[in-house]
Design a protein around this ligand. Structure first.
Ligand code: CO
Length: 193
C-alpha cells in the first residue's frame, strides 16, 4: 500500500458505501494509519491509497502516540454544516502544495467506526476541516477544486508538473494505465460495496 499522488485516477473515483467491517478492513485501516503518520498527515482517505471504499481515517494531533485521538469514519454523512471559515490546507496526494480553502466552520458528522458502531460527532476548527477535506476525497473532490480562480492560478504551474510527472511514470510502465486502474477499482468495489 502506498499514497497515490495527483492526478492518479482513483483520486477522482466516487466511492460507494462499504457493506461490512471485517478483519481485512481492520488490517487495511492499520496500514493506512502507518502511512499517514509516516507522511506526517492528519487525515487520509481510502482513495489516497488506491482503494474505492467510503472510509477515511484522522488524527487531529497527527502523532502516532496520541491513540485517543485516532478516528476511523466508515460511510460518513454530514447531518449539519454551519458558518464559514477560511484556512490553509494541504493534501498528502499533492505534497508541497498549500492554499487557503473556505469551508463550513462547524459540522455534525455521522459514520460507523471499526467496531461497526454508529458514531456522531459535532466538530469545529481543525477537526471539522479535516473531516470535510477527507469526505471530499470519497466523492473524488480535491482541495484544489475548492480554490478561488486566483488561488487556482497560483498553483497551476505546480499542478502541471504533477500531471507531467504522473503521465511519464505511466509511459515508462512504472504505474498502471488508467484502464488497469479502473479495472482493479471495479473488482474491489464488486467485492466489498
Ligand atoms: Co487530501
Amino acid at each position: 500500500m502506498r499514497i497515490v499522488h495527483y492526478p492518479h485516477p482513483t483520486l477522482r473515483h466516487v466511492s460507494k458505501d462499504l457493506r461490512l467491517v471485517d478483519a481485512d478492513l481492520r488490517k487495511t485501516v492499520a496500514e493506512m494509519f502507518e502511512l499517514m503518520y509516516e507522511a506526517r498527515g492528519v487525515g487520509l482517505a481510502a482513495n489516497q491509497v488506491d482503494l474505492p471504499y467510503r472510509l477515511f481515517i484522522a488524527n487531529p494531533e497527527g502523532e502516532p502516540d496520541s491513540k485517543e485521538t485516532e478516528f476511523v469514519f466508515i460511510n460518513p454523512r454530514f447531518l449539519e454544516r454551519k458558518g464559514m471559515a477560511e484556512a490553509e490546507e494541504g493534501c498528502l496526494s499533492l505534497p508541497g502544495l498549500y492554499a487557503q480553502v473556505k469551508r463550513p466552520e462547524q459540522v455534525v458528522i455521522n459514520a460507523y467506526n471499526l467496531a461497526g458502531e454508529e458514531i456522531k460527532y459535532e466538530l469545529d476548527g481543525l477537526f471539522a476541516r479535516i473531516v470535510q477535506h477527507e469526505c471530499d476525497h470519497l466523492d473524488g473532490v480535491l482541495f484544489i477544486d475548492r480554490l478561488t480562480p486566483t488561488g487556482r492560478m497560483a498553483l497551476s504551474e505546480s499542478l502541471a508538473e504533477f500531471e507531467l510527472d504522473f503521465r511519464s511514470h505511466q509511459d515508462r510502465g512504472e504505474l498502471p494505465s488508467d484502464d488497469e486502474i479502473a479495472a482493479r477499482l471495479n473488482e474491489l468495489e464488486l467485492a466489498r460495496t
